[in-house]
Design a protein around this ligand. Structure first.
Ligand code: ATP
Ligand code: MG
Length: 498
């Protein structure tokens, strides 16, 4: 374990770190902070939830020249929610130095952002589309930037974003430091990455597996049409504190969230066709625990740090193995444990192997629970609740009623009735769920297909610099592209799950 004191961090930032409750540096922090303070370019790869944000945030804050009221650092992130989250973490790290950090992202009033930019932030955290928008309007000037960070770097250098990133980097002085961070870094993307860097140091925290060991990983072989019932049974048996369910498309997410609500679960969906206000309110409710199931497209797969997520369900298997790593990484963060379940339809079995090859870890097979098992699970949960209530010993008020009841019926019958009333019995409320086609079988895939990660070779093909039209439907073809609340900013929607 490494102490933050030994990493060359300033006293003001040390104080802020302490205030955040961090006691020791995580391995990726210990290994990259000193290099970063020496202005080295670097690629930092470490598992989900291991503190990469502070790994790039701490040295960035420490390298700001506070005698200059200009933008000196820029962080680019793939989604709006992530940009907001990263800006909040940077704000905390920069608390002692009064660092001004501003998030700019699509879906928020651009004039408000223009006004905020006039307050002379030191650091900008933004999504590519909106950053470019400001660059084109000349409301964002990057000529004093000395540090550039690509969070979720492999995603940022992927087909949908690379042109935007190149255009943003073209605005930054030649002499600057570039830092790339992600939990995944497929070989071909790393090659592209190196084009943007000067002799980058590659820091990979040495662990055999790409995923976090505290996440239990299971797969279940299910027929497409029985997925929903099996999901509800799992939810009943496992009663997760907070769960994220990933679906393949926006329509899928909408339908799933509605179906879950019809069956009495407290769920809401999040995807890129919702207004930004709605996206933020759903996420806030999930963080507060006023909804306990978040149904999401991959828009929520990367970087989001929500404490208390105990379960991740891949209702549809993700299209590439990197996405699997990031999705399940929403649980088991900062040393906590988590459970991940992935549904696989018979025709998608080959994808399982591709994922396992990438993560270097086998998922354990779990048999889909039967109705009886689900009921049993529910009953156990109810018994647990009753026993807890007994222990809380706060039952005096009910004593008389209980005694009167016992005069009318025997104890076993009464307890049976109570159990029945508290146990959630099979709910057959009809729900509408359009069947998703299975992902194409591996050997049928053509090489000119847009997403090559499963095409028999690992990672995507070389330099995926493509026209934006070419990348519109990169992954989730169910997009109707009605970016209803995007303030004329279509770029950030080039991947349709956003
Ligand atoms: N040194 C530390 N000690 C304790 N907690 C930490 C430390 N560093 C970071 N954390 C906390 O760990 C959590 C995960 O951090 P973070 O979101 O930066 O992970 P990440 O590596 O970026 O994950 P992902 O790959 O999913 O983006 C956050 O809540 C963060 O505040
Ligand atoms: Mg992160």
């Amino acid at each position: 374990m490494t102490k933050f004191q030994d990493l060359g961090i300033s006293p003001a930032t040390m104080k802020a770190i302490k205030r955040m409750g961090f006691e020791e540096a995580t391995p990726i922090q210990a290994q990259t902070i000193p290099l970063s303070l020496e202005n080295k370019d670097l690629i930092g790869q470490a598992q989900t939830g291991t503190g990469k944000t502070a790994a790039f945030g701490i040295p960035m804050i420490d390298k700001i020249d506070y005698s200059q009221d200009v933008i000196q650092g820029i962080i680019i992130a793939p989604t709006r929610e992530l940009a907001i989250q990263v800006s909040e973490e940077l704000y905390k790290i920069g608390y002692g130095k009064r660092t001004r950090v501003l998030a700019i992202y699509g879906g928020q009033d651009i004039n408000r952002q223009i006004r905020a930019l006039k307050n002379r932030p030191h650091i900008i955290v933004g999504t590519p589309g909106r950053l470019l928008d400001h660059i084109n309007r000349k409301t964002l000037r990057l000529e004093n930037v000395h540090t550039v960070i690509l969070d979720e770097a492999d995603e940022m250098l992927n087909m949908g974003f690379i042109e935007d990133i190149e255009a943003i980097l073209a605005q930054i002085p030649e002499e600057h430091q570039t830092l790339l961070f992600s939990a995944t870094m497929p070989g071909p993307i790393k090659k592209i990455a190196e084009r943007f860097m000067k002799e980058p140091q590659i820091v990979r925290v040495k662990t055999k597996e790409v995923t976090v060991s505290q996440i239990e990983q299971y797969y279940l072989e299910v027929q497409e049409r029985s997925k929903f019932d099996i999901l509800t049974r799992l939810l009943d048996i496992q009663s997760p504190e907070l769960a994220i369910i990933f679906g393949r498309t926006k329509r899928r997410v909408d339908e799933l969230a509605e179906a879950l609500n019809l069956r009495g679960y407290n769920a809401e969906g999040i995807h890129g066709d919702l207004s930004q206000a709605k996206r933020m309110s759903v996420l806030r409710k999930f963080k507060e625990g006023s909804i306990d199931v978040l149904v999401a497209t991959d828009v929520a797969a990367r970087g989001l740090d929500i404490s208390g997520v105990t379960h991740v369900y891949n209702f549809d298997i993700p299209q590439d193995p990197e996405s699997y790593v990031h999705r399940i990484g929403r649980t088991g963060r900062a040393g906590k444990t988590g459970v991940a379940m992935t549904f696989i339809t018979p025709r998608e079995k080959s994808y399982l192997q591709v994922v396992e090859r990438t993560t270097k870890r086998k998922m354990e097979r779990m048999k889909p629970p039967t109705l009886d098992e689900a009921l049993e699970g529910q009953q156990k949960a109810v018994i647990e609740r009753i026993l807890q209530s007994v222990e809380s010993n706060n039952l005096q008020y009910y004593k008389q009623a209980a005694e009167e009841l016992l005069e009318q019926q025997d104890a076993t019958t009464i307890v049976q009735a109570v159990l029945k009333m508290l146990t959630k019995e099979p709910d057959t409320t009809p729900v509408k769920l359009t069947e998703e086609k299975p992902l194409p079988q591996k050997r049928e895939r053509r090489f000119d297909d847009k997403n090559k990660s499963y095409g028999g070779q690992r990672g995507r093909q070389k330099a995926p610099v493509r026209s934006r039209q070419g990348s519109q439907n990169k992954r989730y073809s169910n997009s109707n592209n009605n970016n209803n609340n995007n303030n004329n900013n279509n770029r950030s929607n080039s991947n349709s799950y956003r």
